[in-house]
Design a protein around this ligand. Structure first.
Ligand SMILES: Cc1cc2nc3c(=O)[nH]c(=O)nc-3n(C[C@H](O)[C@H](O)[C@H](O)COP(=O)(O)OP(=O)(O)OC[C@H]3O[C@@H](n4cnc5c(N)ncnc54)[C@H](O)[C@@H]3O)c2cc1C
Length: 393
């Protein structure tokens, strides 16, 4: 009987077990905000960098503290809420903006929440969640990026103060930030145990915001070179335990990498969807270009890669949400999703032909913006090192 014949459910949109009805509602409301209030400015902000009011507005909407406790102004949600935010921000068409926000929500504030004193939480976390204070994260230096233990920025104890000297580079939000979560050496002879975290107001004398760095993509974000010249901060600026900063920042990097991977999947999906529409509209040799077998296979390859990355990200996020610390899988997700997203946006540009090279279609921007993901938050090579070493090699 015809009714017994199973038809493929190509149009079905099954929900992953990571998410609930509540996440779906959150997703809908973020999508509405992003498409109505952010997307229309995507082109303008590519030229000007995005304005600070985005933080204030997102704070007002409760989007900067989705998984933080209500006592600090958060929404009290779970970790998958952060994944939903990262995915939906990809729809603002402005990866630089998405990165600036992710630095704030998933990179700087988590260490303050986990390691900070109550005073630090009140001073930095609460106004950050409200969108009233903007943060940046200072790990990388002109002479040390991948090699975090090789940083040279020094913090020397002087009575009731720490005196900080050094430089940080490639710092996202560095020009607009009100404060920085900073990695510095407190004991140069102690190796990994000689590094500490600090949280420092950016208006302290001695902090110099050098020129805005010019980049390949992510133009909507500001990227700073920062100098620290005899910057004096009180002992209360130490974040977490003295000498434990290396381990604290390695923990922070796991969240940064997984959120970045989620953004890669969503960004790749967005490029794929746009390109699919284009491939049906654009004709050559008497048919839509999507109907050439070679193009069809490109879409099949891309869809498979995107789905594989998504499952890796979701499964890893599920483990994080359940209290695991899956460093190996986070590294795999970050590596795989970043490579996949770069490959997909490159193929999408190719399918667009000359139009892909033009600004009008937005694909060249997706391609440029995506490239950072194989470098930032730990390069492909560093991810491979983490994964390889996890097998005792
Ligand atoms: C747009 C942008 C925004 C950024 N935002 C921030 C930010 O907000 N805060 C922050 O602290 N940093 C930020 N970064 C810095 C980023 O995290 C670093 O660029 C990244 O970690 C790589 O460090 P590096 O640039 O010093 O490269 P290097 O460490 O000099 O690496 C150069 C090359 O050598 C390879 N390599 C290094 N070590 C090894 C090894 N052991 N084995 C094999 N290969 C290796 C690398 O994989 C890479 O290919 C940002 C970077 C960019 C481009």
């Amino acid at each position: 009987m015809a009714a017994d014949v199973l038809k493929p459910d190509f149009a079905a949109t099954p929900r992953h077990f990571l998410f609930t009805d509540e996440h779906d509602r959150l997703r809908e409301s973020i999508r509405a905000f992003v498409t109505k209030e952010l997307l229309p400015h995507a082109e303008e902000w590519e030229e000007t960098t995005f304005p600070d009011w985005v933080f204030a507005r997102m704070g007002e909407l409760g989007l900067l503290g989705l998984s933080y406790p209500e006592e600090y102004g958060g929404q009290g949600g779970d970790y998958p809420c952060n994944i939903v935010l990262a995915e939906e921000m990809a729809h603002c068409g402005c990866a630089g903006l998405a990165m600036g926000i992710a630095v704030h929500t998933d990179m700087t504030t988590p260490p303050i929440h986990l390691f900070g004193t109550e005073e630090q939480k009140q001073r930095y976390l609460v106004p950050s969640i409200a969108g009233q204070r903007i943060s940046c994260l200072g790990i990388s230096e002109p002479d040390a990026g991948s090699d975090v233990a090789g940083i040279r920025t020094r913090a020397v104890r002087d009575g009731d103060e720490w005196v900080i000297n050094g430089a940080k580079t490639f710092i996202t939000n560095g020009h607009r930030a009100d404060y920085i979560v900073l990695v510095a050496k407190t004991d140069p002879d102690a190796g990994h145990d000689g590094i500490s975290l600090f949280v420092v107001d950016m208006d302290v004398p001695g902090i110099v915001r050098e020129q805005k760095l010019r980049k390949l993509g992510m133009h909507a974000s500001d990227t700073a070179l920062l100098a620290f010249q005899d910057v004096r901060v009180p002992t209360s600026a130490l974040l977490g335990q003295e000498g434990k900063g290396f381990y604290h920042i390695m923990w922070e990097l796991q969240g940064e990498r997984l959120i970045g991977a989620a953004g890669c999947v969503a960004g790749a999906q967005r490029a794929f969807d746009r390109t699919l529409r284009y491939a049906m509209e654009r004709h050559a040799f008497g048919r839509p270009i999507g109907r050439f077998q070679v193009t069809r296979h490109k879409f099949a390859e891309m869809a498979t890669q995107i789905e594989a990355a998504r499952q890796l990200v979701y499964m890893t996020a599920w483990r994080v949400a359940n209290g695991d610390y899956p460093v190996r899988e986070i590294s795999m997700a970050k590596l795989f999703a970043a490579r996949m997203a770069c490959d997909v946006t490159d193929e999408c540009l190719q399918i667009h032909g000359g139009a892909g090279y033009m600004k009008e279609y937005g694909i060249e921007r997706a391609w440029r913006d995506m490239r950072l993901n194989r470098i930032g938050a730990g390069t492909d090579e560093i991810m491979l090192e983490v994964i390889g070493r996890s097998y005792g090699l």
